[in-house]
Design a protein around this ligand. Structure first.
Ligand code: PLP
Length: 438
């Protein structure tokens, strides 16, 4: 493999794209040590690919399924079949997969607002939820929050070592507790992401206390990273975004909910209207992209996971701290790299942008994003606006100057993207090429 990559065609295309020989050699050296891990990732994607294929075949997905409906969208055969495919892949009774679900936050809000009633309480046993959920729940004052509807919230933080506070969780469950929300991915926090097995243990613990509690798992960034999903270990509802892993980079919009029939039905009535539920909601022209994207999702996710591991192994030896660390097993596609330097974080993100297929000539500038307490820099030269299954990175411009990087539709592209970030740090004299050890 090394002989091949050092041959003329490779060196010249990399040179043409601005990658020096030092960076190329260093990267390939790192990769020789990752062979076994990449093989393991390929095995996971093989299994998940076959799971998806099998669900397509079992449900007799046909050319007619790829056509969409308009207007009310009654009898949308393709939409109904796709929902059965999702339910089969995730081993659940039912699924709701719709372009009318605008994003991951919307899908999560739908699951919560449709299954909770005034007087109920929601519990997060894994600490603070994703930023945007704070407004859904009403942790931060917001119009239309659960809090406004008289639904209360309790949170049990993780223990200092990142594990579950089982005593605290037991104490937090009482008569009003109705639903539990578990976020699989750390998102943009510094806690570890949870493995599906860990989530399974937590669910078992909670169900042993009260088996009627509805357990929802926020599965954003987690789909197809492992061989099993939270729905295989007792989650009653599992929720995610189609512009992340399960959309395979093709879905232009959308979210999904899978789980027990009763809870999915509640969500459908909330998404459209009482009485209408899942029977309406035209799929317009997106079904073929939903199908094809879901079909590609296992291998696209594998590329993103390889990219995250490569990034950790590329930057760790250069003295930067990485989370997850270079050896850790993976439960989502996010990689954090901490630079402790403003210009280094900027150079990293500019490298990502410069490596993108779209808008590669644009220079990402820091901006004051609403809702953030510092400037943020974002790099995303993506086909689908804001799609974080595509190569993308962002970071708040404050100590510790951490870049959160994720995505990549193909492995060669993520590999190149990471090399480009490193090259940019060298070109800007932020790090010296002499520290690239061979
Ligand atoms: C992305 C994400 C969300 C929200 O998804 P959006 O599509 O950005 O609204 C929620 N939870 C986690 C863990 C996420 O990664």
């Amino acid at each position: 493999m090394l002989e091949k990559t050092s041959n003329l065609a490779f060196t010249s295309i990399y040179t043409e794209l601005g990658i020096s020989n030092e960076v190329l050699e260093y990267s390939n050296q790192i990769l020789t040590n990752l062979k076994d891990r990449f093989e393991q990732i390929d095995r996971i994607s093989e299994l998940n690919q076959l799971k998806v294929l099998s669900a397509f075949q079992k449900n007799k997905v046909s050319e007619a399924c790829l056509q969409g409906t308009t207007g009310y969208g009654y009898n949308d055969f393709g939409r109904e079949t796709l929902e059965r495919v999702y339910a089969d892949v995730f081993h659940t009774e039912d699924a709701l997969v719709r372009p009318q679900i605008t994003c991951g936050t919307h899908a999560l809000a739908l699951a919560l607002m449709s299954n909770l009633r005034p007087g109920d309480e929601l519990l997060s046993p894994v600490g603070k939820p994703y930023d945007t959920l704070e407004e859904v729940i009403g942790i931060r004052e917001s119009k239309g929050s659960l809090k406004e509807y008289g639904i209360s919230y309790q949170q049990v933080d993780l223990l200092p070592d990142g594990t579950f506070d089982y005593d605290g969780i037991r104490k937090a469950i009482h008569d009003k507790t109705k639903m539990v929300t578990i976020q699989r991915s750390k998102g943009y926090q510094t806690r570890p992401s949870f493995s599906v097995a860990q989530i399974g243990q937590l669910i078992k613990f909670i169900k042993d206390i009260r088996k009627d509690l509805i357990i929802m798992v926020d599965n954003c960034y987690g789909e197809f990273v492992e061989e099993i999903e939270p729905s295989d270990v007792g989650a009653d509802i599992m929720v995610g975004s189609l512009i992340k892993n399960p959309g395979g980079g093709l879905a232009p919009i959308g979210g999904y909910l899978v789980g027990k029939r009763e809870y999915i039905e509640h969500a459908a009535y909330r998404l459209t209207a009482p009485g209408l539920g899942r029977e309406v909601g035209a799929s317009l022209g997106v079904l073929s992209l939903f199908y094809q994207g879901f079909f590609l999702a296992p291998t696209v996710t594998a590329s993103a996971v390889k990219g995250a591991i490569f990034a950790a192994n590329l930057y760790k030896p250069l003295g930067f701290s990485v989370l997850p660390d270079e050896k850790e097993s993976r439960h989502d596609i996010i990689q954090a790299i901490t630079f402790h330097k403003r210009d280094a974080l900027l150079a990293f993100c500019q490298g990502i942008q410069a490596a993108s297929p779209i808008d590669s000539y644009v220079n990402p500038e820091p901006w004051d994003m609403p809702g953030y307490d510092s400037e943020v820099v974002m790099a995303a030269g993506t086909f689908i606006s804001g799609a974080s299954i595509e190569l993308s990175a962002d970071g708040p411009l404050r100590e510790p100057y951490t870049a959160y990087f994720q995505g990549g539709l193909t492995w060669p592209h993520v590999k190149f993207g990471m090399m480009k970030t490193l090259q940019n740090l060298i070109d800007k004299n932020i790090i010296s090429k002499d520290i690239l050890i061979f």
